[in-house]
Unconditional design. Structure first.
Length: 470
């Protein structure tokens, strides 16, 4: 490759002047300057990123700057402009949407035709190129891109706590499923560079309420709350609070931090010596699912009305408790609703209502104004979701007790609820890790020690988190 030095050039008119051949270098002599060539529309990039500590940065024409705002905002002061000056900026870490970049023109010069007004760059992955045109428009944006081509990465997490698990979803959805059957921690070690991938799917169920003793109400199911992220597709329940479901729910966007998980225990059963109780709340981040309300308890040691909760406990028949009303569900109130009311006791004596479930209210006790053929109300329906890749019903209510042997006790609410006691069979407890309500006791022998007369406890809750990992 050769070098050609041109000392003087005679004026030319109407001809083409070629300097150098292909592969040659054309170099201006010492002290010489060029005019008329103009800029090519490109800049020389400063490859050491500017950070918050460098702010404010005074830009130089012909330069491009990578601006790293992971630690805070950055201010860029543009140079005094002359026609053809050019400055570029690019979002180094795709964080301008969190910490912005502010552009200031020199003095009263304009940016996009507006004088002395700062401009905010706040789009993730943005890059801009500004060319100074004239005093009328000042600096004009000639290129604006938000493509910011990056290899996508994904969040990573671990779980802790006894018997809690983290598995790859078997439904080919590129998802991991964290299941908490006991308290523990969902520890996010890193997040995705795509904000959408950091919105997780979740299901949180509180512990079910306990059933009462002797013709007592069934326990209400623990509160049921679900949100399906669009990046981890599966068949959600009708209570899915995402925009693609029932809407108005709460999205959880995780950060790289530990998230404590609470899994509520089931409420205690009503027996001769122990009063039945509500289930215990479960929680993940800001999502709290209330424990289910206990069923009305007409017999000792502590006669009580049905309690409210995630779903309400069943009421007791007239002639037992002072009130035959079932407990209120969705207490405290959430959107979508986390549960339903318990069933009322019968207008006649001895027949109690079933506990409410996530998918429906508890059944009312069914009896005429006599002791003949009373029937306990069935537990409210649970609700089905495939968040764990297998369609599973949870959060069913417990069946209401009745006077036997004349009539049957209430059936278990599908989804882990317990059945009421009746002649020849004891009540059953809510199924563990479903939030099902416990079954109410029957009135058979009228003996404190009769097994059929004792209520059963609610099932413990559960928390499941689903997220995209590849």
């Amino acid at each position: 490759m050769s070098k050609i030095e041109v000392n003087t050039v005679e004026p030319q008119c109407g001809t083409t002047l070629t300097l150098g051949a292909s592969g040659d270098t054309v170099q201006l002599g010492s002290g010489a300057s060029q005019t008329g060539f103009g800029r090519t529309g490109t800049v020389d990039w400063v490859t050491t990123p500017k950070v918050t500590g460098d702010s404010p940065v005074t830009a130089v024409t012909g330069k491009g700057y990578f601006l790293n705002t992971t630690g805070g905002t950055i201010t860029i002061n543009l140079p005094a402009g002359s026609a053809g000056d050019i400055v570029s900026m690019a979002d180094y870490a795709a964080t301008w949407q969190t910490y912005n970049v502010t552009l200031n023109a020199n003095g009263t010069e304009k940016i996009g035709g507006v004088a002395s007004a700062p401009v905010t760059l706040s789009t993730e992955g943005q890059s801009v190129t500004l060319v100074y045109v004239d005093a009328v428009q000042g600096w004009v944006n000639t290129m604006d891109s938000t493509s910011n081509v990056r290899a996508e990465n994904f969040m990573s997490a671990t779980v802790s706590g006894a018997c809690n698990t983290l598995v790859t979803a078997p439904d080919c959805a590129n998802a991991k499923i964290a299941t908490f059957v006991n308290p523990g921690t969902f520890c996010v070690s890193s997040i995705s560079n795509s904000a959408a991938n950091n919105v997780v799917s979740y299901m949180v169920i509180g512990g079910g309420g306990g059933g009462g003793r002797q013709r007592a109400g069934g326990g209400g199911a623990g509160g049921f709350r679900e949100y399906k992220s669009p990046v981890t597709p599966y068949t959600a329940s009708p209570l899915d609070g995402s925009p693609g479901g029932a809407g108005s729910g709460t999205a959880i966007t995780v950060t790289a931090t530990p998230f404590p998980i609470a899994v509520g225990g089931g409420g205690t059963a009503g027996t001769c010596s122990v009063a039945n109780t509500n289930g215990v709340d479960s929680s993940f981040s800001t999502i709290i699912s209330a424990g289910g309300g206990f069923g009305a308890n007409p017999a000792g040691p502590s006669p009580s009305n049905a309690a409210s909760g995630g779903s309400g406990g069943g009421g007791v028949g007239a002639g037992g408790n002072p009130s035959d009303a079932g407990g209120s569900g969705n207490t405290p109130s959430t959107t979508p609703s986390q549960g339903n009311d318990g069933g009322d006791g019968s207008p006649g004596p001895y027949s109690a209502g079933g506990g409410g479930g996530a998918g429906g209210a508890g059944g009312a006790g069914n009896s005429p104004n006599s002791n003949s053929n009373p029937g306990g109300g069935n537990g409210g329906l649970g609700i089905t979701t495939s968040i764990n890749a297998t369609p599973t019903a949870r959060a069913g209510g417990g069946g209401g007790g009745t006077y036997t042997p004349q009539g049957p006790g209430g059936l278990a609410g599908p989804g882990g609820g317990g059945a009421a006691g009746q002649s020849g069979s004891d009540a059953t407890a809510g199924t563990i890790n479903t939030g099902g309500g416990g079954g109410g006791g029957a009135f058979t022998a009228g003996s404190c020690s009769a097994p059929t007369d004792q209520g059963k406890g609610g099932g413990s809750g559960i928390v499941i988190i689903r997220y995209k990992f590849q």
